[in-house]
Design a protein around this ligand. Structure first.
Ligand SMILES: Cc1ncc(COP(=O)(O)O)c(C=O)c1O
Length: 367
């Protein structure tokens, strides 16, 4: 028997049977949908649905977005940018000027945005194809009540599966089809998930063993342009206890902010502390005073086995929306993993590590 558990927070999901229900869970997604391996596979598969004379379709993206994904999309689309920031209530519609037939991706950034403004916008721009990206909260009220041409979500970002992304059409339009079979990268990632579970449970295997499968699997998946979800994902998706996992995520995020805000920290603040009823944020997001604090905190947390992520650095691989507001935020933002994997004790330990760093930092800065 294994004696000792390892404590580690963040990075990719491990596999746990605790996330599964015995009977078919409530289906949150419309009956008619398509499963792909990745979100970018979905978006890259859209152009053949729109017969156009121009060589490349234009796709309008929010200026605060994952530049790695944008770089892949630029291979197929002509990219245009409009300002949408997670710090602002509304997108800057003045900066969004699509031509008839263009595609616009509206993103529920960190799961805290509202869909009504997009519905109003779409009703005044009927010649534009609106695609909603619900990756950060795939079953939000906005997603479930969507009236867009298409709605999609990379569900592998919030659910413990090796691959998987979904598209449906609230307007019942033709859906893209995955052109290729199952991605081998998904199976590498599944191996990584199983090995990570064994590692966290105390098995004497090296971290490098599962990290290698994770990295290779992710690289292979991200190179896919139109692959179906793996059989593992398409079989298990309906048996994941999605609503319980989502409830746990919200509880953890609430607890994180509650504990963090018992003290004030001049060098670091939550990006948001409230969200509309029914929505569940992607994670606990912090904004630091500057890049030095962000990097100091990120590195300190790594030393404590807490792997915080930057959503999303720009420029990245030379890619940027060239929006000074988005670039500035990208230098200061930090995602603290507080999802369904963690207990309230874990959240307390995460917060006390952050508080320890910030107190020391504030103290040094004051002397
Ligand atoms: C908001 C958002 N949309 C789409 C994607 C693309 O998903 P995938 O990585 O599965 O291609 C990502 C990935 O980071 C994302 O964060």
């Amino acid at each position: 028997m294994l004696k000792e558990k390892r404590w580690e927070v963040g990075s990719e999901f491990d596999w746990s049977n605790d996330t599964v229900t015995s009977s078919l869970s409530k289906t949150f997604f419309p009956e008619t949908h398509k499963l792909f391996s990745t979100g970018r596979s979905i978006l890259l598969s859209l152009p053949p649905l729109f017969k156009r004379h121009q060589s490349r379709l234009r796709l309008h993206l929010p200026s605060f977005f994952c530049m790695d994904v944008a770089a892949d999309l630029s291979k197929v689309f002509e990219l245009c940018w409009y300002r949408d920031m997670p710090t602002e209530l509304l997108p800057d519609f003045n900066s969004l000027n699509p031509l008839p037939g263009d595609l616009v991706l509206s993103v529920n950034l960190f799961g805290i945005k509202e869909g009504k403004v997009w519905q109003d916008w779409a009703s005044q721009h009927k010649d534009i194809i609106l695609i909603e990206d619900h990756t950060h909260d795939p079953i939000s009220p906005w997603a479930q009540q969507s009236t867009a041409h298409y709605a999609m979500a990379s569900v592998r970002k919030t659910l413990p599966i090796p691959d998987g992304a979904i598209i449906w059409s609230p307007q019942k339009l033709q859906l893209p089809q995955p052109a290729l079979g199952e991605p081998s990268g998904a199976y590498k990632k599944l191996i990584a998930m199983l090995l990570k579970r064994a590692y966290l449970s105390g098995a004497n295997i090296s971290k490098d063993a599962y990290r290698m499968f994770q990295i290779e699997g992710e690289q292979a998946l991200n190179a896919e342009t139109s692959s179906a979800a793996s059989s593992f994902t398409s079989n298990i998706l309906n048996y994941l206890n999605i609503s319980e996992l989502r409830k746990k995520r919200e509880l953890n995020i609430k607890q994180f902010f509650y504990l963090l805000l018992t003290e004030t920290h001049s060098n670091c603040k939550p990006l948001f502390t409230t969200w509309s009823s029914g929505a569940v944020p992607f994670n606990s997001i912090l904004v630091c005073a500057n890049n030095e604090v962000r990097e100091g905190l990120r590195k300190f947390l790594i030393s404590q086995n807490i792997f915080a992520t930057v959503h999303w650095q720009q420029p990245f691989k030379g890619f940027s929306a060239n929006d000074s507001m988005a670039i500035d935020l990208s230098n200061r933002i930090l995602t603290i993993p507080t999802d369904q994997r963690y207990s309230l004790d874990d959240i307390e330990r995460i917060v006390s590590n952050i508080t320890e760093f910030l107190k020391t930092y504030d103290h040094i800065a004051a002397t």
